[in-house]
Design a protein around this ligand. Sequence first.
Ligand code: C5P
Length: 311
Amino acid sequence: MTSAALPPSSVTVRVPAKVNLELLVGAPRGDGYHPLSTIFHAVNLFDEVTVMSAPEWGLAVSGPQSFGVPVDGTNLAARAAQKLAEVAGIDEAVHLTIRKDIPVAGGMAGGSADAAATLVACDVLWGTGLSRPELEEIAAGLGSDVPFLLGGGTAMGSGRGERLAPVLARGSYHWVFALSEAGLSTPAVYAECDRLRGDRAVPDPSPSAEMMTALRSGDARALGAALSNDLQAAAISLMPALGDVLDAGLEFGALGGIVSGSGPTVAFLAESNEAALDLAVSLTASGAVQDVRRATGPAHGAHVISAPRPG
Ligand code: C5P
């Protein structure tokens, strides 16, 4: 057997974080999920997942954002590996190592990203030969954001977020993310959104013309004005300091600011790389924000960065 035919001894996949440029939320469905119309946008804040064949299932988490990540079978990445093994009929355990740089419980889909990365990594390690639609179906079963993280870029999501369609999106964008020390629970934020809406009739969500036009033009200023998130008021209601963070970023010249997904990370769009650097410095110096990250988008979805073969 040539070494090219041997399975890799390990596979490492890099996967981006996401921000929702538009997140429109309908009234809860019978299954408790909310129908969404969203524009996902992947940014180059990355986690890396390495999988290796092992006698027993195992998981280790490292990196700047590893605090609070579960290392047992409840971790979504571990569930992704087990689900793929089940579907592909693989009777092999793997050890997963997750290097986290995406904020945990931050509304940037870090857990979903790790699950998407694990699907891609185990697929290569095991040579399962599953098609992309088959992987997407497994991804959708794991979580609403997981299918998007397989492909990345900028895409429209509907259903509970798992149904993807391409959008015409030009340009590359400079972001500053204001991180929070505490996380927010996604179900709690959706529940707060329902509570704040009370008995008000909620229209079925559909993409706004303003967002579609901004994406087509590739104009950062238009995109900044079009950013919107129906979960923002709920996230601020649960964590009022987020309102001050948003005000600070806009005061320091951001083209637009938005709570990312269910929060509490706040995303600011900047005009240029330099403007992003200035904004990051101002936010940190103001004391309104404990930690900031700069990133650009769109970024590629989960992709293999190393798969060494023995010999
Ligand atoms: O799909 P995922 O597991 O990421 O969703 C986490 C939680 O967020 C769900 O259990 C649900 O409470 C809430 N959610 C929702 N509607 C969506 C997506 C998520 O209510 N479209």
